[in-house]
Design a protein around this ligand. Sequence first.
Ligand SMILES: Nc1ncnc2c1ncn2[C@@H]1O[C@H](COP(=O)(O)OP(=O)(O)O[C@H]2O[C@H](CO)[C@@H](O)[C@H](O)[C@H]2O)[C@@H](O)[C@H]1O
Length: 654
Amino acid sequence: MESLQVTRLLSCKSFIHTAKVGYNFRPVRQVRFGCLWKKTNKNDCLMIRSSFVNGGDREGGGGDGSDVGSPEGPAAVEDEREEKEPGFLLGAEKDGSGSVIGFHLIHPSGDDEVVESIKDIASYGVEKSEDIEGEKKAQADVCYNVVFVTSEAAPYSKTGGLGDVCGSLPVALGARGHRVMVVSPRYLNGTAADKNFSNAKNLGSRIKIYCFGGEQEVAFFHEYREGVDWVFVDHPSYHRPGNPYGDSNGAFGDNQFRYALLCYAACEAPLVLPLGGFTYGEKCLFLVNDWHAGLVPVFLAAKYRPYGVYKDARSILVIHNLSHQGVEPATTYENLGLPTQWYGALEWVFPNWARAHALDTGEAVNVLKGAIVTADRILTVSKGYSWEITTIEGGYGLDELLSSRKSVLNGITNGIDVTEWDPSSDEHIASHYSADDLSGKVQCKIALQKELGLPVRPDCPLIGFIGRLDYQKGIDLIRSAMPEILQDDVQFVMLGSGDTQYENWMRAMEVIYRDKYRGWVGFNVPISHRITAGCDILLMPSRFEPCGLNQLYAMRYGTVPVVHATGGLRDTVENFNPYAQGGSGEGTGWTFSPLSKESMLIALRIATSTYREHKSSWEGLMRRGMEKDYTWENAAKQYEQVFKWAFVDPPYIS
Ligand SMILES: Nc1ncnc2c1ncn2[C@@H]1O[C@H](COP(=O)(O)OP(=O)(O)O[C@H]2O[C@H](CO)[C@@H](O)[C@H](O)[C@H]2O)[C@@H](O)[C@H]1O
């Protein structure tokens, strides 16, 4: 068997190298796994000796996490194993066009295949399969290898709706037959939340990434749960107090670096991690979420496809929030490890009015812009928002660019996790109820009033707000309207964290309005369930809202939303019309516009008077909301349509 040793570096600067030995060998990606790659007499088989291939099981196949940061380092561990263990052949699986679509492990004896080889990326014609309980589940007619790249995924990490979506949509897609991997950071902040990652095992594989003027080593942890490969990128910069993006001093100054690492690692993961025994391969579909993952399509275009790697992969940028774009000074471009000629993709020049001083040239790099320029398709989390971002009012400076990509821009309304958010079984709430039997809801209201120390008044309209205390959520409007809201006979409960001036305001309001107002400062999931169940009305005066999840949770819990008519709120909340359907009414809440204190107060007052004076109309509102279908399965089917479109077109940048 001829052998060929390949250097073990993955370099952001020079990614591909050509082997220097004396026979024809096509360019091989430089990968560092302590691997010995061998040309064999089998068709394109590579011999790989590393810690992770020897495990190969679904639960992580190897390490227990204890070797991270071990003084000997991973190479020592690998070398030791090389002595003891024979190593497997890694056979490349290719499709008709010659694209590598996966690898499978073959015993060195040559005749003992240890795992089933991957079928073609798209397995056609599968309609139904049987799960463990024998229940028939709907399956996609074409299945893909899907790689989510995200800065958060519940229950591992969550600061808002992005975490919800990236915790649920992958599971829904997995259940429909797709092979799904989610790549996100392994955040450790020294709190009880660290245990969220305790089932994720160290795969024992590391890669070296050259960027930001140095060499960075990242490791991969893995948990297979609910049909999804959850892959966590491990690096010291993800281990610090605070939330994923910052702490009490504000956003971390090195977020560009932290998320560039995530993107590099995510580009490598499908190629090098044989999860369950075989890799995802090159012909995969990257779903890159928000700016944190935005360098993935840029890397595919600038660093992989020019060398024939990922030429059959596609990328879809999913925009959850256009107001965060990952903008940093232009001088940081060289840190990213991108070729100079790609500067234009990320180039961003602030308009004159946004510059700090006369000498400020306004030059910057904008990661989200780079993703919009290079992704094969673009999705937003509601149809309404996909239109809004092409307007000057909603485009945050990117409207013209987004308009230029309208032909590949779509909106799909988020689903919700209907198991976690189910009033008939929710473990966090005092009493269970459903559209057929609403009686438990008032028990939830009484329990919430008791828990928060409010007067127990089942008939008093209880209004709630849950969300980040952020300009986006219209928190300033709530503050300015609160004295007038509380003139009426209502109670108001708020849960949120964010801008400290609003946190302090919430605390102060509790003192002034002891009998009417409670403000819970912080992030607390059980309380968010109890507020959703216990309130009669949920107020969402968001300035813009790409989708919004709380109004969906509220409707499922028979809590009637009053929302600003924008983005996903306008798409999902149907304005109440008491005269429709022969007087039995239609609609699920109230939408108000324009965004002003006056129109919000009018909508709230109509809602509270309907609650008091038209009980049957109110029950109709509750029931119609509870019966809406916002399951992820519904959304997943629409994603599949976009996946197909992505593969119909050639790569946008090849
Ligand atoms: N203090 C607190 N305690 C407990 N839970 C809290 C909380 N504050 C917020 N949450 C929870 O965080 C989630 C926030 O959902 P949103 O849809 O409002 O998302 P967000 O604006 O963060 O995300 C963006 O992405 C999502 C997903 O695509 C879009 O729906 C949205 O419009 C867009 O702005 C909900 O599950 C909510 O219950």
